[in-house]
Ligand binder design. Structure first.
Ligand code: NDP
Ligand code: MG
Length: 384
């Protein structure tokens, strides 16, 4: 039996992880969950899976939840410290990090330091401090397993291969909600338009990231760290069907790809069961005859400047990706609260990057400070 801590349990990845856990009760048991504020969804999970510990965002949510759980014995913790505590607990075998944003960084580091297997959906952690995470992975010799579908595809394509024989990694991008719109048309798109992703149903922030193409930018940086790949060996192509989840070209020109219907439960489960594969109920088989044709187009980094920002920030390194991530989190938040328009997201990020003087090889404290300063300065300029 493997005991699981699930950070971000009430989110899109969190709920799909619970579905996977629920399909294999003889293999997995939910030990602890962390979520933000969604008490309703949190209570549902607690009643169904009976975790021993729960972490919520703040004291107020803790109080509200405690009242609802008055006659149950369950530990309720708060905030980043709480997430660290449930990630280091001796009973835990696997930590699934599915929180949104760089708030997941410390818990990831703590899980690694305590030699837990880590299934990572929380890409912002790798973007903001990839060097620290990978250093610890090496030092503590732990498995860091990708949940992001593209990275799971690459991981699966690399099974039994030597990383030295890779020519390049090719990430596929669906193109997001606005793939068929011109930049002129993007001037007036609404939040509702942006949240309507053609292929995947995901949390709000990543859906906006997909529309700006920042999601793919973050994934380029994520791939750089997970697979130790130089940026000029990471390509992105648009593939609107989301059937090929990504691929690897080797030195001998062989290309290995991973295919499947778009369903996040597949990469989530693979991260939990690796190196085994378990059955997955409900997930549909890929029917290529039904699909008929797969399409590929070049990524336009002028139409999608966020992708270019990510390559640039990744190549500069140091604290530049920290600023990229923090500025993006703040800008998307402003857009979701109707403080800025869609195309302002990229402007806010570009300005933050231009203003920043990179600090090389930053420690955790420097990263946290710069992350905080970047957000505060953006929120201040929009009086938010
Ligand atoms: P959601 O917005 O759906 O969920 C985010 C989760 O994080 C929720 O459980 C939320 O709690 C929790 N959370 C937010 N803030 C805090 C906080 N301060 N303390 C504790 N918990 C918090 O996001 P997704 O599931 O879509 O994405 C999660 C991560 O996975 C992201 O990094 C994303 O990029 C990545 N990812 C997602 C994919 C997808 O298909 N959704 C695909 C690949 C990667 P609450 O809602 O209760 O406030
Ligand atoms: Mg992805």
């Amino acid at each position: 039996m493997k005991y699981i801590t699930l950070l971000g349990a009430t989110g899109s990845i969190g709920l799909q992880t619970l579905d996977v856990i629920g399909q294999h009760p003889e293999e997995f048991r939910l030990f602890a969950i962390a979520f933000g504020r969604n008490i309703e969804a949190g209570l549902d999970i607690i009643h169904k899976h009976e975790p021993e510990m729960v972490v919520v965002e703040n004291e107020k949510i803790k109080q509200d939840l405690s009242i609802k759980l008055a006659n149950q014995s369950i530990d309720i913790l708060v905030g980043k410290n709480g997430m660290e505590e449930v990630s280091r607990h001796p009973k835990v075998d696997i930590v699934v990090n599915a929180v949104m944003g760089s708030i997941g960084l410390k818990a990831t580091l703590t899980a690694i330091e305590n030699q837990k297997k880590v299934a990572i959906a929380n890409k912002e952690t790798l973007v903001t401090a990839g060097h620290l995470v990978m250093e610890k992975v090496k030092q503590y010799n732990v498995s860091l397993l990708p949940v992001d579908s593209e990275h799971s595809a690459i991981f699966q394509s690399l099974n039994g291969e030597s990383v030295n024989s890779i020519k390049k990694i090719i990430l596929t991008a669906s193109g997001g909600s606005f793939r068929d719109k011109t930049r002129e048309q993007l001037e007036h798109v609404t939040i509702r338009d942006a949240l309507n992703h053609p292929n995947w149903s995901m949390g709000a922030k990543i859906t906006i990231d997909s529309a700006t193409m920042m999601n793919k930018g973050l994934e380029v940086i994520e791939a750089h760290w997970l697979f130790n790949m130089p940026y000029d060996q990471i390509d992105v192509i648009q593939h609107k069907e989301s059937i090929i989840h990504s691929m690897v070209e080797f030195e001998d020109r062989s290309v290995i790809a991973q295919l499947g219907t778009p369903d996040m439960r597949v990469p989530i489960q693979y991260a939990l069961t690796y190196p085994s594969r378990f059955p997955l109920q409900q997930t549909r088989s890929l029917n290529l005859l039904e699909i008929g044709a797969l399409h590929f187009t070049e990524m336009d980094k002028i139409r999608f400047p966020c992708l270019q920002f990510a390559y640039n920030a990744g190549k500069i390194g140091g604290t530049m990706p920290t600023v990229l991530n923090a500025a993006n989190e703040a800008a998307v938040d402003l857009f979701l609260h109707e403080k800025i328009r869609f195309l302002d997201i990229e402007k806010v990020i570009e300005q933050a990057l231009e203003r920043h003087d990179t600090v090389n090889n930053p420690d955790l404290n420097t990263i946290e400070t710069i992350d905080q300063q970047t957000r505060e300065s953006i929120y201040r300029s929009y009086h938010y």
